[in-house]
Design a protein around this ligand. Structure first.
Ligand code: NAD
Length: 269
């Protein structure tokens, strides 16, 4: 394992479960101090923080720290308070990971506008609020900073019956590119990761049902769902200096889902 984040601080939103938890652990494995943000799952956040502590200890990273921050990323005041606290405690932030995300299925013509607002609020507005606060801090010091957003294959693949989710990820692509362009000459890189189907609590509807899981995996060219750790590794790469010349990109980690799997066999000519 490398030590690319030794002496660096990383804020991970939605780190109480799933991919966010794996990202927090991955940055800790590479020596980073980690802020574990979450909105409701106190036990999950405490568990992630404990894993981070254990990983720091095992790695001999005596100076690395962990900070738990409960804040709804859609809430402007809560995000401001979280950044105040992080900067008061640690004085610096080097890497911002916007991972928090929610979804809710509904036929679009029957969907509730409150759900549309809430999903856009968490997935896109939350990302905007945290990017804004992080960039303000990055600009206030030498050395810039890095942002990596958790998008989805649904950034480019429509997701019927998940309209707000699909729209939020499409918006995230533009947010990522616009911020990347706006701040490229000021030492700030902004990228995204686009996971495919990953084994996390958000996918409970098929993970524990072998038939449903088989259906999901039958659509994936690599023939299997991904693991959170495989996605966390992509976040670590994009946040590291190894990706120093990459900005404004979404790196899809999806087992080939974005390759038009329906064209695997020739049927169109
Ligand atoms: P999850 O449900 O396991 O975890 C979501 C996390 O977000 C939790 O820690 C939760 O506490 C947090 N969260 C929810 N609302 C929040 C809020 N308002 N403020 C702060 N935190 C909040 O989901 P996951 O699968 O780990 O998904 C994480 C991200 O990955 C999401 O943005 C999701 O869209 C994206 N993603 C997941 C998959 C997948 O297959 N699991 C695929 C593509 C993209």
């Amino acid at each position: 394992m490398q030590t690319r984040f030794l002496g660096k601080t990383v804020l991970v939103t939605g780190a109480s479960a799933g991919i966010g938890e794996a990202i927090a652990v991955r940055f800790a494995q590479e020596g980073g101090s980690v802020v574990v943000n979450y909105s409701r799952n106190d036990a999950g956040a405490a568990d992630t923080a404990e894993q981070v502590r254990r990983v720091h200890e095992a790695g001999g990273f005596g100076d690395a720290k962990v900070l738990v921050q409960k804040a709804d990323v859609a809430d402007e005041a809560a995000v401001a308070a979280m950044f105040d606290e992080v900067l008061r405690e640690w004085g610096r932030l080097d890497v911002m990971i916007n991972n928090a995300g929610i979804q809710k299925p509904s036929p679009s013509h029957e969907s509730a506008s409150e759900d549309f607002d809430r999903i856009l609020g968490v997935n896109l507005r939350g990302c905007y609020l945290c990017c804004r606060a992080a960039i303000k801090h990055f600009l206030s010091r030498d050395g810039g900073g890095v942002i990596v957003n958790n998008s989805s294959v649904h950034e480019i693949i429509p997701k019927p019956e998940y309209l707000p989710y699909s729209v939020s990820k499409g918006g995230m692509e533009n947010l990522t590119k616009t911020l990347a362009l706006e701040y490229a000459d000021r030492g700030i890189r902004v990228n995204a990761v686009g996971p495919g189907a990953i084994v996390t609590p958000i996918n409970m509807n098929w993970i524990n049902d072998p038939v449903a899981k088989g259906v999901v995996e039958s659509h994936i060219p690599m023939g299997r769902a991904g693991e959170s750790a495989e996605i966390a590794a992509v976040f670590a790469f994009l946040a590291s200096d190894e990706a120093s010349y990459i900005t404004g990109q979404t790196l899809f980690a999806c087992g080939g889902l974005t390759l038009f799997p329906e064209f695997r066999t020739t049927w169109s000519s």
